[in-house]
Design a protein around this ligand. Structure first.
Ligand code: COA
Length: 340
C-alpha cells in the first residue's frame, strides 16, 4: 500500500500585496481580488528554488519520521530550477544529504506535483524503491514580466514536499476490501486509490515561456529573454472543462462516489476556476480549501503547499478521502484519490 506519510512547505519571507503591485503596474486590489481571488503572494528575494525545496523537504521528512539516508528516490517538479545543470533534485539531494537516493526532475508545469506523484507511485508499486520524496517548487517571479499586468498579478514563489512510502501490509494496514469505508477516524488507511493523468501538446501555446534561443557560431540571432505569456480565457475554459472530468474519472476508478470525497485540493490558480469546478461536481465550496488568497498561483508547488496547510490545520483525519488535482501548461492535467 502506497501512501503519503509526511508533508512540508516553505514560502519566501517577502509578502507582496495587491496594493504593492498597484505601485508598479496599472492594476488595483479590487480588479485582482474580484477576477482571481488573490490578495497577496510571496516573492523570493534572497531565497532560491533549492533552498525553499530543502526547507519543505526537511519538514516533510520530519513529519514522516524518515531520515534523508532512507530515501531511495527524489523527484522534483519545477519549471524554475536554479540551474540548467545540475538538476534541482540533485541539488536537494545534496542539501539533505540523501546520498542513497536516485534524483531527477520533471517538468509538467502546474500539474508537476501530480506527475511526480504518479511517477513515484509506479516506482514504489513495482517494489523498485520504498521511500520517495516528491517536491513541487518554483521561483516563478524570475520568469514573469513585471511590466505585464495580465500575468504578474497571478503568480508567487514557494515549495511543497511529500514523503511517499510503500508501507508493508504486515504493519497493520488493511487491504482495500476491508478499508475504512466508514470514513474519518475508522479503520486503516488504504493510501493512494487511483491516479488519472492527461496531456494535450496541441494546445500548448495558450500558456508558454520560451527557453533561451539557439545561439552558436552558425546562427545570427539577438539573444533575448522570454517571459510567461498566457491566453487567460482559453486557460480558464480548459480548466473548468477538464478538471471536473479528470476528477470524475479518478473517483470512479477509486470505486467511490464524488459525494464520498471529504476534500478536493485543487491547483490554486483562480478562485473562479475552483468555484466552477465545485459547481460542476455539485459539491459545496467547504470541501475545496483555498490558499491562493495568500499565496497566488505557485505552479507545481501549489498542490503540495495546500496539502501541507490543510494537514497542519487538522482538516485531514485518518480515513479522510482526498482528491488532489492539477492542471496547467503543456497542456497537462491529473487527479489522484487517496485515503489518509
Ligand atoms: N489589472 C487591471 N486590469 C487588467 C489586469 C490587471 N491586473 N489584467 C488585465 N486587465 C484588463 C485587460 O487589459 C482588459 O482590459 P481591456 O478590456 O481594456 O482590454 C480587461 O482587464 C479584461 O481582460 P481579460 O484578460 O479579458 O480578463 P479576464 O476576465 O479573462 O480575466 C484572468 C483575466 C487571467 C484573471 C482570467 O482569464 C483567468 O483567470 N484565466 C485563467 C488563468 C489561469 O488560471 N492561469 C494559470 C493556469 S495554471
Amino acid at each position: 500500500m502506497i501512501r503519503i506519510t509526511g508533508t512540508g512547505s516553505a514560502v519566501p519571507a517577502r509578502r507582496v500585496t495587491n496594493d504593492d503591485l498597484g505601485k508598479i503596474v496599472d492594476t488595483s486590489d479590487e480588479w485582482i481580488r474580484s477576477r482571481t481571488g488573490i490578495e497577496s503572494r510571496y516573492l523570493a528575494v534572497e531565497e532560491t528554488t533549492t533552498g525553499l525545496s530543502a526547507e519543505a523537504a526537511k519538514k516533510a521528512l520530519a513529519a514522516a519520521g524518515v531520515s534523508a539516508e532512507e530515501l531511495d528516490l527524489i523527484i522534483a517538479a519545477t519549471v524554475t530550477p536554479d540551474r540548467f545543470l545540475p538538476n534541482l533534485s540533485c541539488e536537494i539531494q545534496r542539501e539533505l544529504g540523501a546520498k542513497n537516493a536516485v534524483a531527477f526532475d520533471l517538468n509538467a508545469a502546474c500539474s508537476g506535483f501530480l506527475f511526480s506523484l504518479d511517477t513515484a507511485y509506479m516506482y514504489l508499486r513495482t517494489g523498485r524503491y520504498r521511500k520517495a520524496l516528491i517536491i513541487g517548487a518554483e521561483t516563478l517571479s524570475k520568469i514573469i514580466d513585471w511590466t505585464d499586468r495580465s500575468t504578474c498579478v497571478l503568480f508567487g514563489d514557494g515549495a511543497g514536499a511529500a514523503v511517499l512510502e510503500n508501507v508493508p501490509e504486515e504493519t497493520g494496514c488493511a487491504d482495500r476490501a476491508s478499508g475504512a469505508a466508514a470514513g474519518n477516524g475508522a479503520g486503516e488507511s488504504r493510501g493512494i486509490l487511483s491516479i488519472r493523468m492527461g496531456s494535450d501538446g496541441g494546445r500548448g501555446m495558450v500558456l508558454s515561456c520560451d527557453n533561451r534561443p539557439v545561439s552558436n557560431p552558425y546562427v545570427k540571432r539577438e539573444s533575448g529573454l522570454s517571459y510567461v505569456s498566457m491566453d487567460g480565457q482559453e486557460v480558464y475554459k480548459f480548466a473548468v472543462r477538464t478538471v471536473p472530468h479528470i476528477i470524475g474519472l479518478a473517483v470512479e476508478e477509486a470505486g467511490l462516489a464524488v459525494e464520498e470525497i471529504d476534500l478536493f485540493l485543487l491547483h490554486q490558480a483562480n478562485i473562479r476556476i475552483i468555484e466552477a469546478v465545485a459547481k460542476r461536481l455539485r459539491q459545496p465550496m467547504e470541501k475545496f480549501p483555498v490558499n491562493l488568497r495568500d499565496c497566488g498561483n505557485i505552479s507545481a508547488a501549489s498542490v503540495p503547499i495546500l496539502l501541507d496547510n490543510v494537514r497542519k490545520h487538522d482538516m485531514i483525519k485518518k480515513g479522510s478521502k482526498i482528491v488532489l488535482a492539477g492542471f496547467g501548461a503543456g497542456l497537462t492535467w491529473g487527479a489522484t484519490v487517496l485515503e489518509w
